[in-house]
Design a protein around this ligand. Structure first.
Ligand SMILES: [Zn+2]
Length: 392
């Protein structure tokens, strides 16, 4: 490891709007506000952790105060130049007119009063005085009240940027005085190529399926996806980051045994499904983790049954093709319900493996009764066998 090693999330932290991943609508909105000179006094950025709220806040702070590389700029810039004194000082966290506060650690009215007292002074050396308050929902009620007075009559050249994961915890009186911008979770389809780009810059090969698994596991958070990639790179050998490595790292069941088990279930082959589970259990697979994987796969297949171009690994899409005629949406939603219910049964049961077996039996049975052709004259290859099973 190099002495100057920085985690990927810091190293590749976006410095310009165009670098933000999967936030095109947000960028358009903020750049329009800058272009039309309609920058609000208060902006509320909401979204799950790691989607880029504070990063966006800092880019915006730079953009509104940027004077361009020549230092001649008189208007807020659509993109911060990154080299002028304002941009540099904001990145270095030493700009006099850009104040950042974490409401999670400073929740009291005194903290906010100190900040509000400084609001009445004009910016020292820039166009806008910017207050970035992270996790703003953590402020106390008194602190919000104090803040509200300022928001009601904001002095000119003030920009409040609030960031929160819990917008509904902010009093409506405060919320209604902010322009709210929601940052969506970033999709796997966006994260996967993004991670591959980062891996390439780091000189590490990252397989496409591995990047999709990382994208799935990070649940729409860019920061989480980069942390996971960090971990994966640390574990990788000279061949790079493979699907197998990520599967192992995430503790996911290797996808092929899972597909085999689910294949038997969807075919109504209960005995074979029980054998497949016994094999996995003997190898040390935790029934609850397996259930988690079964849920994930069912969700994926349900989506694939409803729309084309679902992001799946090669094995998963091959599986889907094979079972597509059987995988009706009612069957999949039923499977989902049973699995979800099974989750609490497994947690409660003193013998999770027995609970899992019961679950498999129930699932296999359900796919037998639901596996009926849509029309009476519809052909069904296993029709005869099914009838026997149902009546037996
Ligand atoms: Zn600049």
């Amino acid at each position: 490891m190099e002495p100057s090693y920085r985690v990927l999330a810091r190293k590749y932290r976006p410095q310009m709007f165009q670098d933000l991943v999967g936030q095109d609508a947000l960028v358009t909105l903020l750049q329009n506000a800058i272009r039309l000179k309609r920058i609000p006094h208060a902006i509320l950025l909401t979204g799950v952790r790691g989607v880029g709220k504070t990063t966006t806040a800092r880019i915006l702070a730079k953009a509104v105060n940027c004077v361009g590389p020549d230092g001649e700029g008189t208007e807020p810039a659509l993109e911060p130049c990154g080299v002028c004194p304002h941009c540099c000082d904001i990145v270095a966290d030493k700009h006099l007119d850009v104040l950042e506060m974490d409401a999670a650690s400073r929740t009291g009215v005194e903290d906010i009063r100190e900040l509000i007292d400084s609001v009445k002074y004009r910016p020292v050396r820039s166009r806008f005085k910017v207050y970035i308050i992270d996790e703003v929902h953590m402020l106390s009620r008194n602190a919000f009240n104090a803040l509200l007075k300022t928001l009601e009559e904001p002095p000119p050249s003030i920009l409040f940027i609030f960031a929160t994961t819990d917008a509904h915890k902010i009093p409506i009186t405060v919320r209604s005085r902010c322009q709210r911008v929601d940052l969506p979770r970033v999709s796997v389809a966006t994260l996967a190529p993004f991670l591959q780009g980062i891996a390439q810059k780091e000189g590490v090969s990252l397989s496409e399926s591995a990047s999709r698994l990382l994208g799935h596991a990070s649940e729409g958070s860019v920061r989480d996806s980069l942390s996971l990639l960090d971990q994966a790179i640390a574990l990788a050998d000279e061949t790079g980051v493979s699907e197998g490595l990520v599967t192992q790292m995430l503790g996911l069941c290797d996808v092929q045994p899972l597909l085999t088990l689910m294949g038997h279930l969807f075919a109504g082959e209960v005995a074979q499904a029980l054998d497949a589970f016994a094999g996995l259990y003997a190898k040390g697979m935790d029934p609850l983790m397996l259930l988690e994987d079964m849920l994930r796969l069912t969700h994926l297949l349900s989506r694939a049954a409803c729309r084309e171009a679902e992001v799946m690994s090669e094995q998963e899409s091959a599986f889907f093709e094979t079972f597509a005629p059987r995988l009706s949406v009612p069957m999949l939603t039923r499977t989902w319900q049973i699995l979800l219910k099974g989750q609490s049964e497994l947690t409660l049961s003193p013998h999770p493996e027995r609970a899992m077996e019961m679950l498999i039996i129930r699932l296999g049975y359900v796919s037998q009764i639901l596996d009926i052709p849509p029309t009476a004259e519809g052909e069904h290859q296993d029709g005869a066998k099914k009838k026997v099973l149902m009546t037996s």
